[in-house]
Write a protein that binds this ligand. Sequence first.
Ligand code: FES
Ligand code: FE2
Length: 390
Amino acid sequence: MKVVMDLATTLKSQAVPTDIREVGINPDYWYPLDWSTQLKPGQVKPAAVWQQSLALYRDESGVAHVLEDRCPHRGVELHRGKVQGNYLACAYHGWTFDGTDGHCEGIPYLSADQKLPCASVRSYPVRERYGLIWVFPGDPSLADQCPLPHVAEYDSDEWLMVPITAEFAAHFSICNENAMDVFHGFLHEELQGWFDPTLLELKATDSSVFAKYNVSYKGHLAKFLGLCERADEVTTLPISIHYRYPHYASSLEGVSSVYLMRLPVDLDKSRSFALFFFKLNLPKWLIRLLHPLLSAVVQRFMLRKFLDQDIEMMESEQRKYSSDPDRRFVEINPAIIALQRVIVRQYEQFVQQSKQSSDIPSLSRQASVSRSPASLSAASLPETETETMV
Ligand code: FES
Ligand SMILES: [Fe+2]
């Protein structure tokens, strides 16, 4: 049973541990690699999840596969190869690999009566759901017991869905803090974002943070999105943000929901696949009819503008961190501190488990943290007021 901690919501000054910007991921979760529509049958392309280079291909029967992007023959990148039936052929000498388990299935210049060498490439568990291709970069034996995030709105026609992809030249902790940080409405003032946020509730477990804020809206955009009845009146609504490591779900109940599926790529590189859902005040048939147009308009004239402002801040934060990693900063939102603890704990948990199990492929045991993991101890993070178990 998970222990849920009820945390104080008081805004109080706390130092941000800069080591949070060096922490690795817990790979024993599903991570999104790409949109399903971006990979046609017979196509192969490069992909990456936390310092692991991958070759992503869809076989000719339509099944997506992920292999380590390194041929076991001479090390050439497999994403340079080509799909042959269900297999991926390396571009150099044409050795073919089976995407389901990575074994070498054939060598074109070896006669049929000769034995194939014992050569295989690492293959990864793959799923396709919510229009995304997911990979499990950790211990493959844990993949089946690890659920994908649940997106209830995806299969309902009551919602207008707007997908959007983002690239950040920033560590994933910076990106995640941006999504948890409702107090940055100031940044989006000119876009008629939200204002007057208040943190009402904060809970955390070892793998999640739940925060509930009150926020106010006003203006024509808010009216269009069904956030308020009249553009000239202020409406205050509760917004719930649920970070379930390593992804986000947030909702303005009955009005809109956002799912941020995160892909940490490297110490200063992250990607995000977002699914926005809006309940518009329009008949369902009209939403269905106008879906492609509405989706494109909302993405281009609204979400992209908010996102660009966020990206500018996140990348600036990363640049300043990289130029002086020892510089300390101050945070007053306990939700951010709670989030940092989860990110650190998840990584530590993974490091701990890896030490105990020797049969997990070493590539996923990221030796990528340039500082001692001990210095990232969750226990060393500043305390957030009183914690009580509920
Ligand atoms: S390097 Fe891949 S087949 Fe030779
Ligand atoms: Fe923002």
